[in-house]
Design a protein around this ligand. Structure first.
Ligand SMILES: NC(=O)c1ccc[n+]([C@@H]2O[C@H](COP(=O)([O-])OP(=O)(O)OC[C@H]3O[C@@H](n4cnc5c(N)ncnc54)[C@H](OP(=O)(O)O)[C@@H]3O)[C@@H](O)[C@H]2O)c1
Length: 212
């Protein structure tokens, strides 16, 4: 199967890329990226693009034969501090891609979208800040209602810990965070259809369980 990946230069996406390339059942990975990748593989196709809000017909035709996408564009960096940019990166980009691709799909397509944990009921300000994420999840679900075969999964990790946190750190922070490797493994397993009936929304505990 062939898989689309976004965010491959990032913390989560770079780990997803390594795992996808190592997966025997994955015959090709097409990365949509705004910066070059320093990874080489016969399985890898890199499509460099500036604007993730618009997708050319020729590209969509090429992607239509893929069976899954792992969407990790986003970031907790500068975009998160600017509401307009956060909206663009979180909602506009994700929906622009999904809405453009879906009418061209001919079979099943799994869309693994890396979202983020929802703050608890007391955290009104943080909930408001997360609104674009909520809308992204909702709009992907609505899109799926009209297109049988397109199945979006929302991964909602709390924090994501690098390998440097070590096993003890991961254990200590287990209620709040997952390991980056765990998240990458769970994303790849769901994208590859390796898990029978995964939940449509995956929280820390689900992510950890699927990574075992
Ligand atoms: N890291 C965490 O602790 C954590 C926790 C919960 C949820 N998440 C979510 O997981 C997702 C991935 O996070 P991450 O930690 O891997 O972030 P990251 O390291 O900052 O990577 C973000 C990726 O998105 C790309 N990107 C950002 N803005 C873009 C734009 N305007 N146009 C095109 N590409 C753009 C970046 O490309 P460039 O390299 O070109 O900038 C990079 O590949 C995000 O949605 C994040 O909110 C992360």
């Amino acid at each position: 199967m062939r898989v689309v990946l976004t965010g491959a230069t990032g913390f989560v996406g770079s780990r997803v890329l390594r795992r996808l390339l190592a997966e025997a059942g994955v015959t090709g990975v097409t990365c949509l990226t705004r910066r070059p990748l320093d990874v080489r593989s016969d399985k890898l196709t890199v499509v460099q693009m500036d604007d993730f809000a618009h997708y050319e017909d020729a590209l969509l035709d090429r992607l239509a034969g893929h069976r899954a996408c792992v969407w990790t564009v986003g970031g907790s960096g500068s975009a998160a501090k600017d509401p307009v940019e956060y909206e663009r990166v979180t909602h506009t980009f994700t929906l622009a891609f999904a809405r453009a691709l879906v009418p061209r799909l001919t079979g099943e397509f799994t869309f693994c979208h890396v979202s983020a944990r929802r703050p608890g009921p007391g955290a009104a300000a943080r909930r408001a800040a997360r609104a674009p994420r909520d809308r992204t999840e909702r709009d992907l679900t609505a899109l799926a209602r009209g297109h049988e075969g397109f199945v979006p999964y929302a991964f909602r990790p709390g924090g994501v810990l690098s390998e440097r946190a070590g096993a003890a750190g991961r254990l200590l922070l287990a209620p709040f965070a997952v390991g980056a490797g765990e998240l990458a493994t769970a994303l790849v397993r769901v994208a590859c259809g390796d898990v029978p009936s995964p939940p449509l929304v995956l929280r820390n505990g689900d992510i950890r369980r699927l990574a075992r």
